[in-house]
Design a protein around this ligand. Structure first.
Ligand SMILES: [Mn+2]
Length: 403
């Protein structure tokens, strides 16, 4: 099935080559996989003579996509997200723009011939094991021009960042790109007691790939509204500098200060408890950090002693009405992130409690919200501002019916 993916990439490359506009808009995710994907596409399209506009998104929210698709005659590429919403993009596109999707999450086929969904999961590959968004972008870049082979190390950065290891090792396509980077002298693989650790050979010395990924994650998530993703893509292509080091240090201190303040509020009683859920709202207090922070924060506190280990943890954060570099999009939504304590993880795994992948999307759907990326133990969706209480109530109803 991999051959068919490459064939379809060749077909898409053919259409790109004939596209009248030598301009491309690249929309990519803001984690280390998404940033390395953005870096691969930037370099590859630059080399092909395209003028590039690049936008990082935390999620491809429908309100944002509607704004993107107000244009026509554009070449639009989505990286490390949007595989699942290819039908929605097809409806928005209506044959007006050439759209490429280079994702590796669970996907649906496109319904518009001008939308190419090149998500490997549609070709029988395992997007949560064999191939990252960055490796998908690398395959595309290599199909566009074999000269882009030198970008293999970027694919490896994304693969390590997404943590798709089997017995501690990268496998399949993710492994192939890493071995290619090793062959080029840009990486080294070191055996460990369990599995392997991956290292980048940079002009600043050798760096563990996972630490480099965490550095990118800070730029992309905490720095989301302060050009952090741009810096992240630059760091991928040009390595770190004193400027990027300083930015990361500042972002890390902003994050820990904001988290400490919020913990103090929660300890002071800013936590609402319903029969099965405990929840809080950070409003705009994590600004200017991105909304990924609410999930990171829930992760930080889920096992703390001021958190009831037997209730689901839910946090709300207002989504700023802005795509950096793209302007306001008319969004009035709030993000909810949910996590559970270690004892509850056991309950969910044993099937004695409802997983978040069912609980949250079901309740969100009742309120006309947007669900994306919900897993059993971690989940996030969005609903309109003002519907927070209702969302909690809907979840309580679902839990009561299930008990
Ligand atoms: Mn990814």
């Amino acid at each position: 099935m991999r051959e068919k993916l490459i064939q379809d990439m060749q077909k898409a490359v053919g259409e790109v080559a004939q596209w009248p506009q030598k301009k491309v808009q690249i929309f990519h995710h803001n984690d280390s996989d998404g940033l390395s994907s953005g870096a691969i596409l930037t370099r590859a399209f630059e080399r092909a003579g395209f003028e590039i506009r690049r936008f990082s998104l935390e999620k491809p929210y429908p309100a944002r996509l509607q704004k993107v698709y107000e244009q026509q005659g554009g070449l639009i590429v989505f990286a490390d997200f949007a595989g699942r919403i290819a039908p929605l993009l097809s409806d928005l596109n209506k044959g007006r723009n050439l759209t490429l999707i280079l994702d590796h999450h669970v996907a649906e086929p496109a319904t518009d011939p001008m939308v190419h969904n090149l998500d490997p999961t549609l070709y029988g590959m395992k997007g949560d094991r064999d191939i990252s968004g960055s490796t998908t972008c690398y395959l595309f870049a290599h199909t566009l021009d074999p000269i882009n082979k030198d970008l293999a190390y970027l694919a490896a950065i994304g693969a390590v960042g997404d943590e798709f290891f089997v017995d501690g090792c990268l496998v399949s396509d993710n492994r192939d790109v890493t071995l290619e980077a090793v062959k080029q002298g840009k990486m080294e693989i070191k055996k460990q007691d369990f599995g392997e650790r991956y290292y980048l050979n940079t002009p600043n010395g050798q760096t563990p790939c996972d630490e480099f990924g965490a550095y990118l994650d800070t730029l992309g998530a905490a720095g989301f509204y302060q050009n952090g993703p741009d810096m992240g893509v630059n760091v991928c292509l040009e390595w770190t500098s004193s400027e990027s080091d300083q930015m990361v240090a500042e972002l890390r201190s902003v994050q820990s200060r904001a988290f400490e303040e919020e913990i103090a509020r929660i300890q002071g009683g800013a936590l609402t408890k319903t029969p099965n859920i405990q929840w809080f709202h950070v409003e705009n207090r994590f600004s200017p950090m991105g909304v990924k922070m609410i999930g990171v924060f829930c992760d930080t506190i889920k096992n703390a002693d001021y958190i009831d280990p037997n209730r689901y943890v839910a946090g709300f954060q207002i989504i700023p009405d802005e795509i950096p570099g793209f302007g306001p999009v008319g969004m009035k939504d709030v993000k909810i992130s949910m996590r559970v304590s270690d004892p509850m993880i056991e309950e969910i795994r044993a099937g004695r409690k409802l997983g978040l992948d069912i609980l949250l999307p079901e309740a969100t759907g009742k309120l006309g919200g947007f669900s994306d990326a919900c897993h059993t133990l971690t989940a996030a969706t969005t609903v309109a501002i003002g519907k927070e209480d209702q969302l909690i109530e809907e979840m309580e109803k679902i839990l009561e019916a299930a008990s």
